[in-house]
Ligand binder design. Sequence first.
Ligand SMILES: Cc1cc2nc3c(=O)[nH]c(=O)nc-3n(C[C@H](O)[C@H](O)[C@H](O)COP(=O)(O)OP(=O)(O)OC[C@H]3O[C@@H](n4cnc5c(N)ncnc54)[C@H](O)[C@@H]3O)c2cc1C
Length: 481
Amino acid sequence: MAVNEFLEDLIQTEIMDIVGSEDVSVNKVDRYAYSTDAFWVPRMWLDRLQRPCFPDFVVHPESAEEVSKVLKVANRFRLPVIPYGGGTGSQGGTVPLIGGIVLDLKKMNKIIKIDEKSLTVTAQTGINGQVLEWELNRHGLTLAHYPASEYGATLGGYIAARGSGTLSTKYGKAEDMVMSLEVVLPQGDIIRSLPIPNHSCGPDVRQHFVGSEGTLGVITEATMRLDPIPEERRFRSYLFTDLATGLEAGRRIMTHRYRPCTMRLYDPPSTQKFIKRVLGLDVEGSFMVTGVDGPRALVDLEEAGIREICESLGGRDLGSQAGEVWWKQRYDFYYPPFAPDLPELFGTIESTTTYDKILSLYEMKKKVIEEGYKEWGATYTGHFSHWFPWGVMVYDRFFIKRPPQDAHEAMQLHNMIWADAARASMASGGVLNDHHGIGFKLGWLMPEQYGAAWQILAGMKKMLDPNGIMNPGKLGFSFHG
Ligand SMILES: Cc1cc2nc3c(=O)[nH]c(=O)nc-3n(C[C@H](O)[C@H](O)[C@H](O)COP(=O)(O)OP(=O)(O)OC[C@H]3O[C@@H](n4cnc5c(N)ncnc54)[C@H](O)[C@@H]3O)c2cc1C
């Protein structure tokens, strides 16, 4: 929505009246800063000196009550509201596509209660992930959610994007950790989900907001499940001659109900490309790192069981050193100089499916990327990092070293690759996304993924947000709700 100067002054005064003059900005520097998240497209757009999608206002509320009042103003003016945590999202979820109010929640960063008996924490959702973890560690506790973006991301972002951390194989995804939520609904009502996550009181209101990416309300407070810091955590690595054997080892480990805290299997190209560069380990084949944690006796047992399975399939035990180094450097893979960056064109097109389909999903996507975009020299790599008793996620990426210089051509090429890759995931029995979310990057494919079931999500959006103010254009919802 383009706000004229007269309206801008009028609305700014009303918002200042709610949050104070310090906490509303209309200056150009802020508008630039909040015009992008970590998504390649808006960053490329800025990089190629195109005019970005500016917000009209950047607002920093400090309580659910302030959020509620801001939403009421936004409804009156039919002004979009975009909840903003750390802005580390990679799907364009915080990009103000048609302007409006960016609601930066980082001032809502208080820990309200740590319950050391039930092992839960209640906190405002603007709290930084790393800060929350440090505070919990002081109490001998951990959230055990370690995304590579934890330095910048917020608790609200973890929940709103249904994220996954390095230890998800044992400790679960963000949605498994949420006990209960406080949410400000689009029209300003402040609600709470039931205090207990497991119940038989009908469908689960809490989970309606997990993964809602700011389109159904603003999550202002969360109670999360915790774990004690484990007595012991050990890492070990193995080398398989090929990917299929590594996948079979992972499947057997999970279906035997071992619970490694981490298990990451790299395909041969990423073993070559990343394991060598980041860990300095010159090996060929499929590299796997495993981690086990908990009481020492359990760690001994799980480590031995996992080793037996790997060795029975010909996996070479590389000992503990590479695994320990991997753990220390686990985030390095996602930052320069090891991660791709502009001007290169790249995307992380992760998906999850069951064990019977995972290898064919990987092979199909590799083919779609490398053969379909041969003229662009496209390459594809993948690793398998979030494991379930029934299947696994592939974290796969495409890379094009020399994309078109023209911003419009570059965007179109980017979008075509994404559509082909995402459709290959869905055709192979996988989901559109595992843990980065949908944003506007994949929103247009949501009705295709859900089929007739899409009406349930679309109906919920219409009911909760009749004016369509919450994060328009994201998660597949239209600009008008
Ligand atoms: C280098 C790098 C590494 C990454 N690694 C991982 C990883 O290992 N695992 C992983 O899961 N993700 C990862 N991500 C993606 C991203 O960091 C996560 O999705 C993270 O959870 C987003 O948190 P945020 O606070 O930055 O959210 P934002 O980017 O600010 O927002 C993400 C979405 O959630 C909405 N939102 C944010 N807060 C709220 C709220 N309180 N209420 C309602 N809606 C809200 C926004 O509107 C937006 O749609 C990575 C990103 C980068 C750049």
